[in-house]
Design a binder for this molecule. Sequence first.
Ligand code: BMA
Length: 329
Amino acid sequence: MSIKIVNGMAIPNMPWEECPKGFNGPIWRYSKNPVINRHPNSVISRAFNSALVPFNGEFVGVFRGDNLDDIPHLYVGHSKDGIHIDISEEQIHFVDKNGNPLKDTNYQYDPRVIMLEGSYYIVWCDDLCGPTISIAKTDDFKTFVKFDNPFLPYNRNGVLFPRKVNDMYYMLSRPSDSGHTAFGDIFLSQSKDMTFWGKNRVVAQRGYEWWCALKIGAGPAPIELEDGWLVFIHGVNRTCNDYVYSIGALILDHDDPSKVLYRCKDFLMTPEADYETVGFVSNVIFPTCALVDAPTGRIALYYGAADTYTALAFTTVDKVVDYIKKHGR
Ligand code: BMA
């Protein structure tokens, strides 16, 4: 491994499969995908666009579960191996900073889980008279303390950096409209306290390339490298049959992540497997979580497939960074 992961940890028990012989792409699918099938429990019809972290030698996560009325809520899930995941049937109920229960919002979706300063932060799309970003903090995945409405609507995709940069918390987001949003660019916002966000910068706009010509948005929490931040993204093509979501990547400047050092002009992965091309929303792959084993540079990338399944793909930091640079613009 030649590229060093900074502030990373060893996750020797995370899911892993070697690249299949003869496969030339930058990311390869887990041979036993999907890892979460339809109806993972009695209250959830589909669980996808979700995130796991290492926790006490095992894994814990926050999952988007679309209920039997199609409305998404957030659920805690536990796993010993990152593959067999036991999702709770009781949705997460948030409390305020004094521990008082908050009224459940109408829906919650696309959670990211970020380890930061020894705690875990959940960032997701919430309802505040329309979709926008919420943030909560937990130490035990039992009590989730919600910050006081940090973002205005509409914004459906928030991703926090795993540490302060220049003494500020950094958030990537994708401002949107209240519906299926025929536009989307990645912005960076800064905060001293997780509640008041500003100093907004445009990081990357939808592309000339067709796979990301309609919108782009950040995926999992950025991965810190010695000289940059590796960010997996989703990119959307508008075809005559509807939106197609692929996975791409950016490398942002280490000290000023509003600057893009490399942007991969080609997708890293596009919907091709049956569980990606056929489902509740066909032709969608949406990355939301990356487990990274710092000593080996192995990356296990979790993504929602067809808004129906949770799937897994693998790469290494060397392989993907090399690909981004060779296919960069
Ligand atoms: C996006 C988000 C995701 C969803 C995707 C495809 O805008 O709302 O939750 O996976 O659309 O439907």
